[in-house]
Unconditional design. Structure first.
Lengths: 435, 273
């Protein structure tokens, strides 16, 4: 160390020179920054009053649909909008920071549910009641769904889709089987397929899509206990270790031997491949399933309604709804309302659906769907339903979904532990409800 | 005996290389297949189609062309700026007996031990307060700030090892501090700087966490979030994602090949004081 002091200079000279060097570096910093700023000037300032649409529709087909909607909105004059697409996973995790930021995006793609009600309670969401003034012909179900539970409308639904038991028509013909009408026939169908060496029921609850299994729980619960019980259960007003829930799993147990043994190992997209190749017979899945099928197979895909278990229970179906909400802090309230109003019109939804893969249904009763046999059948399925549910995470919360994932995957792997699984599920869920 | 050892070595090393290259080969194979082929035959099946369309899809529709520009706009200034600042700091810390020298170095080292995840929310809020949220300069500032400690620590260790006699000779010849830094120490630190810039380039280019923390507009996102954005909500086009990954890997591979020599020697940088 002493050697180093020798090598150094007088203290005064050191300080002077160090100061100079420091100035040099400080001077260089802003210069470099200035370069970078001028090169990326685009998004720094808000672009001329356009409504920013923060979108999680990153799949190519869905992305082109929302782009088409915004282009059509801009082409008609009046207010303008710009889409900003981010990966759905990024969107989900960043949504709270978007909403609480000082300069949030104006409007967002999302779905109605407890998450939105929570944000509404914190005063983060725009009251879109004036948009709903123009949506008089929308069904009462959509109106209820879009309210925050305290009489304020916070959501504008634009599309929804259905869930069903999908299969390949050519394979069913090859195997000589037909869609079942009820649970008994369904089990008989499974037995026939298994006899032919086919795994009757595909799942796809492995990888990063364990939530797929919740479709089975939702459907069995609404078929056996009805939609109201299901909603009460997910809201914490009923318990997961209730005997009525045990009945759901007892019924599920009847079908469990027919599940694809790799059901909890492969992700949904790989389960799709198994179904298309005829290694599995059927798949309980949402209509977005068609996006994952090759184009030449699309015409060969059909679905049937989830079999009726108890005819006395009013028929309910899953009809997850998507649409937009807006930030309360937007400086462009009138323009946002104009955009949401357009998105809710039949014209806006026609544009959207035409540019999408066409498996979504419009929420506006006056809008046309894509008109394929599959979609017509899907729309009728939901219209005939006495009640609609959304999906597990939408009817409860994204926080409750992981408790379902672990419980259901455990059940599929070790069905005999059902009692302890349900007790564990209840205590895990209580932590979420009481949080 | 020697022959047997050679055979053994090549067998083990060869197997390891194949295992190492297998995922990369899988990505390349996936990139040249069509979506319909993957959807009907599965991701693991042998290709029954050949198409380079997915590269075009990732580059144009997937927004990789813009994302690549953004990535370079962030990475290059960040590497230059953070190494310039780190070199200046390391010079002072290693060549002069400045007060609290040891404390400063330890502080910089301690900063590296802190998991960056716990700072996500503060950084996001701070960049908003400063009015730079959702701009590339915000990302550059964050990357410089988080890289500085490590680069300074490595560089000061390297500069410490430069013999004092050189500096003494320069002082006798009338060189001031700036001259010593610029004409003596910095040129002698070049191997370390080259190794660090190659490392820094790959780190910053491959970073995802900070990018999605301080940015939210698709048009300013660098390559890694853009790659994530190729995944759909339900359905992902694996061929396009694989092609995008291949494209995103090109700059770092190029930098690595160019600086290969320094990269490997750089692993020992600062290891010996």
């Amino acid at each position: 160390m002493s050697q180093r002091s020798d090598a150094g200079l007088s203290r005064r000279r050191f300080l002077r020179n160090a100061g100079l060097a420091g100035l040099g570096v400080v001077g260089a910093g802003p210069l470099l920054n200035a370069c970078a700023t001028s090169a990326s000037s685009g998004p720094v300032t808000q672009t001329g009053g356009a409504v920013t649409v923060q979108s999680n529709l990153s799949a190519p087909a869905a992305k082109s649909a929302i782009d088409a909607l915004v282009t059509a909105f801009n082409d008609r004059g009046g207010a303008s909008a710009s889409v900003n697409t981010v990966a759905s996973e990024t969107f989900r995790t960043q949504l709270p920071s978007y909403l609480t930021s000082a300069n949030p995006p104006d409007t967002y793609t999302w779905y109605p549910g407890s998450l939105l009600s929570g944000y509404a309670e914190k005063g983060l969401l725009l009251d879109v009641g004036d948009v709903w003034q123009t949506m008089g012909d929308y069904s009462e179900a959509f109106r209820t769904l879009s309210s925050d539970g305290k009489g304020k409308q916070i959501f504008v639904p634009t599309t929804y889709y259905w869930w069903g038991m999908f299969y390949r028509k050519s394979k069913f013909a090859e195997w000589g089987v037909t869609p079942p009408a009820n649970w008994t026939e369904f089990l008989a169908l499974c037995r026939t397929l298994q006899g032919k060496g086919i795994a009757p029921i595909g799942l796809g609850a492995g990888g990063n899509t364990p939530w797929i299994a919740s479709g089975w729980f939702d459907y069995l619960d609404i078929r056996i206990n009805g939609a109201q019980f299901h909603r009460d259960l997910l809201a914490g007003r009923k318990r997961f270790d209730d005997p009525k829930v045990k009945q759901v799993f007892a019924t599920w147990m009847e079908a469990l031997p027919y599940f694809d043994p790799s059901g909890t190992a492969v992700a949904f997209q790989d389960a799709t491949t198994s179904l298309l190749q005829g290694r599995t017979g059927m798949l309980l899945i949402g209509a977005f399933f068609a996006d994952s099928a090759p184009k030449d197979a699309l015409g060969d895909i059909d679905f049937f309604q989830f079999p009726i278990v108890d005819p006395a229970v009013p028929v309910a179906e899953e009809g997850p709804t998507d649409g937009f909400f807006a930030s309360a802090r937007t400086p462009r309230k009138a323009e946002v309302a104009e955009f949401l109003t357009y998105a809710a019109t039949a014209e806006g939804q026609d544009v959207y659906i035409k540019a999408s893969t066409g498996t979504v249904l419009p929420t506006n009763p006056g809008a046309k769907d894509s008109g394929t046999g599959l979609v017509t059948k899907g729309r009728k399925l939901l219209q005939d339903a006495k009640e609609l549910t959304q999906f597990f995470n939408r009817d409860s919360s994204d926080a409750l979904q992981p408790t379902a994932d672990s419980a259901l995957v455990r059940f599929i792997q070790n069905p005999n532990e059902v009692d302890s699984i349900l007790t564990d599920w209840q205590s895990a869920a209580e932590k979420i409800w009481n949080a | 005996m020697k022959l047997r050892r050679d055979i053994g070595f090549h067998a083990v090393a060869g197997t390891l290389s194949i295992l190492w290259l297998l995922p990369i080969a899988l990505v390349l194979l996936t990139a040249i297949r069509t979506f319909d082929d993957i959807a009907s035959n599965g991701l693991g099946a042998m290709p029954s189609s050949f198409s380079l369309d997915s590269f075009g899809a990732a580059w144009h529709a997937g927004g990789q062309s813009r994302a690549m520009v953004n990535s370079l706009l962030v990475t290059v200034p960040t590497v230059v700026l953070s190494l310039a600042l780190a070199a200046a700091a390391a010079f002072a810390l290693s060549r002069y007996d400045i007060p609290f020298r040891r404390a400063i170095i330890l502080l910089m080292l301690a900063g590296n031990l802190l998991p960056p995840q716990i700072l996500l929310v503060p950084v996001s809020k701070l960049s908003e307060l400063l009015g730079i949220y959702d701009t590339l300069p915000a990302l550059i500032a964050v990357q410089v700030g988080f890289g500085l400690g490590f680069y300074t620590f490595v560089l000061q260790g390297f500069m410490w090892a430069i013999p004092d006699e050189i500096q003494q000779a320069a002082t006798i010849d009338g060189a001031g501090v700036v001259t010593i830094f610029w004409r003596i120490i910095l040129p002698m630190t070049r191997p370390a700087l080259a190794a660090l810039s190659a490392l820094a380039f790959t780190w910053i280019f491959n970073d995802l966490l900070w990018a999605i923390t301080v940015l939210r507009t698709g048009t300013v996102m660098p390559v890694t979030p853009a790659l994530l954005g190729l995944q759909g909500q339900y359905v992902s086009n694996w061929n396009v994602i694989a092609a995008g990954s291949v494209i995103a890997a090109i700059p770092t591979v190029a930098v690595f090949l160019r600086f290969q020599k320094h990269f490997i020697s750089g692993l020992a940088v600062g290891a010996v004081k």
